[in-house]
Design a protein around this ligand. Sequence first.
Ligand code: F6R
Ligand code: MG
Ligand code: MG
Length: 385
Amino acid sequence: MSEKAKTTISVIKADIGSLAGHHVVHPDTMAAAAKVLAEAKSKGIIVDYYITHVGDDLELIMTHRKGVDAPEVHEVAWNAFKEAAKVAKELGLYAAGQDLLTDAFSGNVRGLGPSAAEMEFVERPAEPVIVFMADKTEPGAFNLPLFRVFGDPFNTAGLVIDPKLHDGFKFEVYDVIGGKYVIMNLPEEMYDLLALIGTPGRFVVRRVYRKSDNEIAAVVSVERLNLIAGQYVGKDDPVAIVRAQSGFPAVGEVIEAFAFPHLVAGWMRGSHFGPLMPVSQRNARCTRFDGPPRVVALGFQIKNARLIGPADLFDDPAYDETRRLAQTIAEYMRRHGPFMPHRLGPEEMEYTTLPAVLQKLQNRFVEAKLYEVKGPKVKTELLHE
Ligand code: F6R
Ligand code: MG
Ligand code: MG
């Protein structure tokens, strides 16, 4: 029996410049990218594509037969971004070409500025896939919802009820600072997993597999642009792909995890915590204080590597309360102004423009006189003799 053809879905994104500051992608830049993808489709490099934007990020959703990290496909994406950036420069859009850190393409967009999430699988008879795209936040923003989707029975009823999900899932966690990854099994290693991914700025859920047969279930883009570029060049507004139904969590279970607008790092200047607000494509544009951070979910059926859809999954009154709560949280956080915990902590601020400000103050500090402490510093009833 011949092996079944595999389908790859590649979601590759970049901020190539936007309209009125970092607000929204201009339609002419999307048209320029579409031209490149249409040509690649006619040449058979990709089978299908869908182009959209979330805030100031241009998003290329492509299907093909060439597998993950295929140089040809990455080159198509790179050329699409280049052409779009050219138009952005002509129009004088803001931060034109921002995420294209080099002029020379070298086989893969990773490390060059754009971010990518890709997965390859043999299509099931009906293959529902959800593409999540966020703006003004970082890849670790998906840690909490992905844990809830694949690890928390209070979110995903199927983990308890459906024998096909009951064995649990494997999480691949990537350490973006150490450049290493670890695979953890759920539910057995749940506490260990949480000990890591509760630090989303460092440990990022990169892939999820179904434990019983190693089928790929989810993938997240994990590039950290500031670590690649060595300076602050914007947050790595992330994308994720999640397969749903028939042995995976249902579409409703997957998007249920976003009904809680949890706090994520990003927002203004990539330096503030704010709520992740699920929005429709229509509202995929950041406004207040360059935010708040938002996420769009597009649902597709994939058939013979064709993209059928999308369905705009958060375009629903059922998410109105989530959005209202996000506004309340946004207001509460904003009132802290430049204070933590609205502003990120010092470790994360290392990668922003703040060190340049602090540098200037360095010479103004005067050595403080230290008094030698004699005997025990503090004595309370709580201390045993
Ligand atoms: C956050 C973001 C914006 C900018 C801010 C300052 O990811 O893109 O909040 O950081 O608008 O932008 P510049 O430094 O370009 O004036
Ligand atoms: Mg921008
Ligand atoms: Mg962005």
